[in-house]
Design a protein around this ligand. Sequence first.
Ligand SMILES: Nc1nc2c(ncn2[C@@H]2O[C@H](COP(=O)(O)OP(=O)(O)OP(=O)(O)O)[C@@H](O)[C@H]2O)c(=O)[nH]1
Ligand SMILES: [Mg+2]
Length: 218
Amino acid sequence: MEIKVLHQVMEWNDDVSAQVRDTLREHKVCLINVMGSPGAGKTSLLTALIARLREQFAIGVIEGDITGQIDAEKIAALNIPAVQLNTDGACHIEAMSIQHILPQFDLDGLDVLFVENIGNLVCPAEFDIGENFRLTVLSIPEGDDKVAKYPLMFTDTDCLVLTKCDMLPYFDFDLERVTADYRGVNPQGPLFRLSVRTGDGLDELAAHLAGRIRAALA
Ligand SMILES: Nc1nc2c(ncn2[C@@H]2O[C@H](COP(=O)(O)OP(=O)(O)OP(=O)(O)O)[C@@H](O)[C@H]2O)c(=O)[nH]1
Ligand SMILES: [Mg+2]
């Protein structure tokens, strides 16, 4: 299977994110920026969400990684249009790169474009890539102090997903602490607890996203 691999375009992006947003609005595509640490479970979550959303929406995915095409191959194996973006060392994706990649997709045939950002709890939060909304993934094994230690990632998000909840019995992870810390920086932000391993909580998140996607496309 041949995967297109494009490389990061590094330019400051204030206006470019607005241009990306305009292009996507013109073609009625909702862009969702998925962020979280390396290994948090972003690709696994996307795979599970695609299974639940693909009958309602035409979905495409941009997979961001420093190098390689492992994640794009996983998405393409689902028969979902996928393009790999390699940042060649940069710890975040820039709007300029998204603008560069958009022509790789049949935008008129898409409803939703997921972007899996580079695994990192810091840099991606600082860059608007033209998204309609942001989804932050935090997994149980990462620890319950991450909202307190990396607040911007949780302040500037539209949805927090606590994943790998099947691991709760094995970790000292205080759900109340994380919830309180999140409420402290993002009082209105939705919070979902789920496990891709067991499937618990996935339908609720998929229903929430479907509502937000419809609102964005209206
Ligand atoms: N137990 C458990 N493991 C999970 C769950 N979700 C993902 N994993 C595992 O976590 C590991 C990392 O998952 P990925 O989906 O590759 O994580 P990622 O955030 O995409 O990783 P990068 O793209 O490298 O940043 C894999 O071994 C998954 O099988 C879950 O809900 N429960
Ligand atoms: Mg991944």
